[in-house]
Design a protein around this ligand. Structure first.
Ligand code: IYR
Length: 215
């Protein structure tokens, strides 16, 4: 069976692929999960561009099974903070295993999620278990994970700070944001600028020798 095609447009970085790839790495390597956000605003146009970057991701059968809900409304941000803190209290006080709490200790995280009200934007990513027309979707977790990765990389490239936040369970997000049942909360991403005095945990990425096998 024939299928419609268009000419491929390749991207020319204008330098060698090695130079371009290393330059991008020098940008990405500075990305850290930030929990101290300033109230400095980010224009909605910037958020739209970041979501367009996320939405450029490949997906199973091109079903694009993601929805990005961008929240700047103070009252909704407060509701989200209260919902997240309620889940986190449950997590830290009951659900987390001792091993999990020990693993989190170097991050210094706790139940205080005040950043959810301070960051100018909360981008709540939903995965779609069906299309809006109730059709089948494929490789949803892979697809949405890739889209989020591209969103995070774009935010870093734009000089913005992000946090990949997973209060769990996240059902309260669908309720607060009035999302339909076929959309399931996937990740909550505060977006903005880090405070001037922001500090982050002294943790490190694995060296290439540990993550790359060349054969
Ligand atoms: N969701 C909790 C706990 C938490 C879990 C993991 I895994 C992290 O990498 C970081 C935090 C919280 O946000 O505090």
């Amino acid at each position: 069976m024939s299928h419609a095609t268009v000419p491929h447009q390749s991207f020319n970085p204008g330098v060698s692929s090695q130079v371009a790839a290393d330059a991008f790495y020098q940008t990405l390597r500075l990305r850290r999960s930030v929990r101290q956000f300033s109230a400095r605003p980010v224009p909605v146009e910037t958020i739209r561009s970041l979501v367009a970057c996320g939405g450029s991701a490949p997906s199973g059968a091109n079903k694009q099974p993601w929805r990005f809900v961008a929240v700047s409304d103070a009252a909704i941000k407060r509701q989200i903070r209260l919902g997240a803190e309620a889940e986190e209290r449950e997590f830290y006080e009951r659900r987390a295993t001792p091993e999990w709490l020990a693993d989190l200790a170097p991050l210094g995280t706790d139940t205080d999620k005040s950043f959810l009200e301070i960051a100018p934007w909360l981008v709540v990513v939903f995965k779609m278990m069906k299309t809006d027309d109730a059709a089948q979707v494929y490789y949803v977790n892979e697809s949405v994970g890739i889209a989020v990765g591209m969103f995070l990389a774009a935010a870093q490239f734009a000089g913005l700070a992000t946090l990949t936040h997973t209060p769990s369970p996240m059902a309260f997000l669908g309720e607060i944001l009035g999302r339909p049942a076929h959309e399931r909360p996937y990740l909550l991403i505060p977006v903005g600028y880090a405070t001037e005095d922001c500090r982050v945990p002294d943790i490190h990425r694995k060296p290439l020798s540990e993550i790359l096998v060349e054969r």
